[in-house]
Write a protein that binds this ligand. Structure first.
Ligand code: IMO
Ligand code: MG
Length: 437
């Protein structure tokens, strides 16, 4: 994917998250000099398998497993410092050298304990209208950021300033908690002593992440921008209000690390060969429970962050086409094709109908998206183990045909196909494309 012409590559989820971005980023990170996260926080759960070892990363970019890559958390990320400390300790324990390899933006906002408290209390108060958040304090942290009341990493060097922001934040949190009739309360002093535990670690990691990335691109380095969540969870383009609170789509990558959109050369969208969603909100191709359970077990579809069972469905063409448009995708990576190896038939939604009429533009309300009826095309299954395939030519014909249909349904060329969790279980599609194999 990287080449002389492609030096800044964005990898985004093009469904509802959990598309296998971690594995794709890990594979591409081998050629990158910098890997950076640009939005989201520890709500992400990126799983990477290296040999027999499995790593689940929430904050640190998936590039960390290659010894050379420098890993940055850009200004658009919301950083929970205690989770970051734990994640770093866990990686060190497993022999990963982190020295000088992680940098965090002074402009990034901190997720504080009261953001988590508020996230949980708000979810409790919503009752059956819950969003099903990951409970990591993401929404309340971005709310503080946009309201201009957040605590940024750079503020930590000034303890007095930090205390003022935290004290105001704790007071506001308690007003909200009382308003929600929630029993939880937060205390400024307790938050300040927790901050004391991580303050010097955070200050030591500070870097001019935007400058670093711009400079790296200036000298011909290769920068990989790792998205979290997916297009359908984007705060603007996703299934609002059942979304996360950040710009998950590719435009957010420029803003979230501090480069211009013209610096981005390629946008690779990651989709599973089927679809899943975790949390509430419409999912047009959702499978009935019995079939869903089969796919869930075969695909190991349980949340990497919360352990919740994911909701599986057939590949949704309209979602992929829409995600391709709002991200400006230049290529697709299809993951977990092997999960479908034992199905006699596999389905693809090629369009939607609403009240018997074809739906044109992708629905912009959850009511409409919840009411659409997918139009399915059935493809024959391949009933063969694809996990050992390393070229398109080695894939069974029916699997290749299925991929061809995914490409047509999404209107985006497939460049990478994943056939297992291992690093090597990856097929690169040549420029000639799927049909040439
Ligand atoms: P990765 O990066 C899948 C979902 C939550 C919930 C909604 C809002 O691993 O793909 P939040 O905690 O962000 O306020 O929750 O977004 N969600 C994810 N779903 N993968 C993720 O990350 C997600 N991060 C958040 O389940 O529906
Ligand atoms: Mg995940």
């Amino acid at each position: 994917m990287f080449s002389d012409d492609v030096r800044c590559l964005v990898v985004v989820g093009a469904q509802w998250g959990d598309e296998g971005k971690g594995k794709v980023v890990d594979v591409l990170a081998e050629q990158a000099t910098i890997v950076a996260r640009y939005q989201g926080g520890a709500n992400a759960g990126h799983t990477v398998r290296v040999g027999e070892d499995e790593f689940i990363l929430h904050l640190i970019p998936s590039g960390i497993l290659y010894p050379e890559a420098r890993c940055l958390l850009g200004n658009g990320v919301v950083i929970d410092p205690w989770t970051l400390a734990k994640e770093m300790a866990g990686l060190r324990e497993r022999g990963i050298d982190l020295d000088g390899r992680i940098g965090i933006s002074r402009r990034a906002h901190l997720v504080l304990p009261y953001h988590r408290t508020l996230d949980a209390a708000q979810e409790r108060s919503r009752g059956s209208a819950k969003i099903g958040t990951t409970g990591r304090g993401i929404g309340p942290t971005y709310r503080d950021k946009i309201a201009r009341t957040g605590l940024r990493v750079g503020d930590l060097k000034d303890l007095k300033r930090t205390r003022t922001i935290v004290s105001d934040g704790a007071n506001r949190a308690n007003v909200v908690l009382r308003g929600l009739k929630d029993e939880a309360r937060v205390e400024c002093d307790a938050v300040m002593s927790s901050i004391e535990e991580v303050r010097s670690m955070m200050l030591d990691l500070c870097a001019d992440t935007g400058d670093e990335i711009r400079a790296e691109l200036g000298v011909g380095g290769r920068v990989l921008l790792e998205g979290a969540q997916g297009a359908m969870l984007d705060v603007d383009h996703g299934t609002y209000p059942f979304v996360t609170s950040s710009t998950t789509t590719a435009g957010g990558a420029a803003v979230g690390v501090g480069i211009g959109p013209t610096a981005i050369d390629e946008v690779l969208g990651v989709v599973k060969a089927y679809i899943t969603r975790v949390g509430a909100g419409p999912l047009p191709t959702e499978l009935p429970e019995k079939e869903a359970e089969r796919l869930r077990q075969l695909g190991g579809e349980f949340g990497a962050t919360t352990g919740r069972p994911r909701r599986p469905g057939w590949f949704d063409g309209p979602v992929a086409r829409y995600a391709s448009g709002v991200n400006g995708l230049t290529a697709l990576a299809i993951t977990k094709l092997d999960v479908l190896d034992t199905f006699d038939a596999v389905k693809i939604a090629t369009g939607y109908e609403l009240d018997g009429a074809p739906v044109g533009a992708f629905p912009d309300s959850v009511e409409d998206l919840g009411a659409v009826v997918p139009v399915y095309e059935t493809c024959s299954g391949w009933n063969a183990d694809t996990t050992g395939c390393r070229t398109m030519g080695e894939l069974p014909t029916a699997a290749r045909q299925y991929l061809g249909r995914l490409e047509e349904a999404s209107g985006t060329p497939i460049r990478i196909v994943g056939v297992g969790a291992a690093r090597g279980a990856t097929i690169r599609v040549s420029d000639a494309g799927i049909a040439a194999a």
